[in-house]
Design a binder for this molecule. Structure first.
Ligand code: 13P
Length: 246
């Protein structure tokens, strides 16, 4: 399976830095994995222009569950598709924490993404307290079964496992822990309506992935790519991660 490396720029970047990063990546030789850039919404059109005819894809960081209407400040999946997005991240732990997004809301957003023809990257992950209480497996199972659309299949949806305590902290889960959680995610996916092809589901790991640890993480059983935050803002470090895909 071709791996997927996604750069989540979060609330970072300017028109100048976005243009330089996207154009710099577009000028690199072809990668053996799929690569998607997820800039802040105001930079999407600029990044799609800088990507040009390269193999890089565009993704957004969130969408609304509705197609249009009176939702000030929100963005529909339909519009994201029209301006050139192929992917949208939904249910990132920062949105679950900052905006109180529930599994049901994440599922509605991912469903809207699928309907619009976007591939949702649905994020799940336990907090440090949940891990210490031994609740990792149950939290992840609840999030996967509650956040994935009924129409989700291995071909149209991506899942990202991001332990909350590993995001932006420099701490990563051990490759043994990552393998166990990814195995469990696939097992839960199998029980969902579209879960029959679970072997082909792309499950990304996220949380302090950088050039120096990417090779070990990406070679871990059940890992099919990475969702990268901080390191995706650095052209050369992000490229090292892309080149580390097996
Ligand atoms: P960091 O790579 O900065 O830890 O962020 C991970 C993340 O949240 C990507 O969505």
């Amino acid at each position: 399976m071709k791996q997927l490396i996604a750069g989540n720029w979060k609330m970072n970047g300017s028109p100048a830095s976005a243009k330089a990063l996207a154009a710099g990546l577009a000028a690199k030789p072809g990668a053996k994995c799929d690569v998607v850039l997820c800039p802040p919404a105001p930079l999407l059109s600029l990044v799609v222009a800088a990507i040009g005819s390269s193999a890089l894809a565009l993704g957004a960081q969130d969408c609304h569950a509705n197609e249009k209407g009176a939702h000030t400040g929100d963005i529909s999946a339909v519009l994201l598709k029209e301006i050139g997005c192929a992917y949208v991240i939904v249910g990132h732990s920062e949105r679950r924490a900052d905006h109180g997004e529930t599994d049901a809301e994440v599922k509605a957003k991912a469903t809207a993404a699928l309907k619009a023809g976007l591939t949702p990257i649905v994020c799940v992950g336990e907090t440090e307290a949940q891990r210490e209480r031994g609740e990792t497996a149950s939290v992840i199972a609840r999030q996967v079964s509650g956040s994935l659309p009924d129409a989700a299949t291995a071909a149209n949806t991506v899942v990202a496992y991001e332990p909350v305590w590993a995001i932006g902290t420099g701490k990563t889960a051990t490759t043994a822990d990552i393998a166990v959680v990814h195995f469990n995610i696939r097992e839960v996916f199998k029980t969902l309506p579209g879960g029959s092809g679970a072997g082909a589901l792309r499950i990304l790991y996220g949380g302090s992935v950088k050039g120096s640890n990417a090779q070990a993480i990406l070679a871990t059983a059940g890992v099919n790519g990475a969702l990268v935050g901080g390191a995706s803002l650095d052209l050369e470090d992000f490229w090292r991660i892309i080149e580390a895909t097996p």
